[in-house]
Design a protein around this ligand. Structure first.
Ligand code: XMP
Length: 326
């Protein structure tokens, strides 16, 4: 009970069904929270963005969105969250610049799982601090979706995005999209007027670019990952691969190789490109990118990204390689 999708619930595939769902959720959110205040950690991912947009429609300024910039987001992401939610939707948005805080905590930490733990724990701490600053907040909204519930029941992963808040911070949960599958969340997001770049976003891990800047994170390599990722995304969008390839990104290892620039020897970082297709992320195949496009991307990255002199394409399917490198 409570966490089982109703058997008679139709799969949401079109705008009319999405609009009906939105109206029903607005009524149900209003009935649950009344004049109460609701807090939401807004990452800018599809699930939390759809959840936010629904709550803004239902309760307006009584929703307080907290966007934590941990410094590991992709180029333009924090700006997009501010533009869409604060400027366009007039949301009550708290933007927390926690970049230095996260990067200081991560300095010198090379072990991948330790990096993940530090990022997760620090996120909860920042969110907790923001929650304590606010008065009279009784509810916590989460963009939990149905696969999260199914997976947490199987013990695959904990579905609470901000699980781990201390006991004395007690909130009643508001989870308006918890019975939706990912494709339905996207249809609802589109009907709510969210931009395509948010609605059709490729998956992006919670620890973000932190697991793509291999080993101990340094600011110069992190910047190079961000810049090369932006070039890759731009070229994929220009060449009709956005929305076609399941996940694509760049990685920077923590070693250098020799190269030449303007007749001089360089000693700089390589960029690794990953572009894969999968249904469920358990197994993945590599996208057969056109050679001409690959060469163009290599040319742009080596010319435009500081500290990089070489680009390689990872041809390894999963298994044996995982999708991420850490
Ligand atoms: P792997 O690397 O295990 O990735 O083949 C499978 C999918 O999961 C994503 N991924 C993560 N997502 N936190 C997340 O929220 C993580 O720590 C994490 N690690 C991997 C990965 O991007 C891919 O889509």
């Amino acid at each position: 009970m409570g966490n089982v999708r109703p058997e008679n619930m139709e799969r949401i595939v079109n705008e009319a069904q999405a609009k009906a769902f939105i109206d029903e959720q607005i009524r149900s959110i209003k009935a649950q929270v009344g004049n109460g205040k609701v807090l939401l950690a807004l990452s800018g991912g599809v699930d939390s963005s759809v959840c936010a947009a629904l709550l803004i429609k239902a309760i307006g300024q009584n929703l307080i969105c907290v966007h934590v910039n941990h410094g590991l987001l992709r180029k333009g992401e924090p700006e997009q969250v501010i533009e869409v939610f604060r400027n366009q939707m007039k949301a009550n948005l708290v933007y927390v610049d926690a970049v230095d805080r996260f990067l200081d905590k991560l300095a010198g930490v090379a072990e991948p799982e330790t990096k993940r733990k530090i990022i997760g724990a620090e996120f909860i701490r920042v969110f907790e601090e923001e929650a304590r600053k606010l008065k009279d907040v009784g509810f916590l909204a989460q963009g939990t979706i149905y696969p999260d519930i199914l997976e947490s029941e199987k013990g695959v992963k904990a579905h609470h995005n901000v699980g781990g808040l201390p006991e004395d911070l007690k909130f009643e949960l508001v989870e308006p999209v918890k019975f939706l599958f990912k494709d339905e969340v996207r249809v609802v997001g589109k009907a709510l007027g969210l931009p395509d770049s948010m609605v059709y976003r490729q998956p992006f891990p919670g620890p973000g670019l932190g697991v793509r800047c291999l080993g101990a994170i340094t600011r110069d390599r992190l910047e190079a990952v961000r810049e090369s990722d932006a070039i890759l995304r731009e070229e994929f969008a220009k060449n009709g691969l956005q929305g076609k390839v399941w996940q694509y990104f760049t990685i920077i290892p923590d070693f250098k190789s020799t190269g030449i620039k303007d007749g001089n020897r360089t000693y700089a970082y390589p960029v690794i490109i990953r572009a894969v297709n999968t249904k469920d992320a358990m197994a993945a195949t590599v996208e057969e990118l056109p050679y001409k496009l690959l060469s163009h991307i290599v040319d742009r990255i080596t010319k435009e990204v500081k500290g990089v002199n070489r680009v390689v394409y990872d041809l390894t399917p999963k298994p044996s390689g995982t999708i991420e490198w850490e």
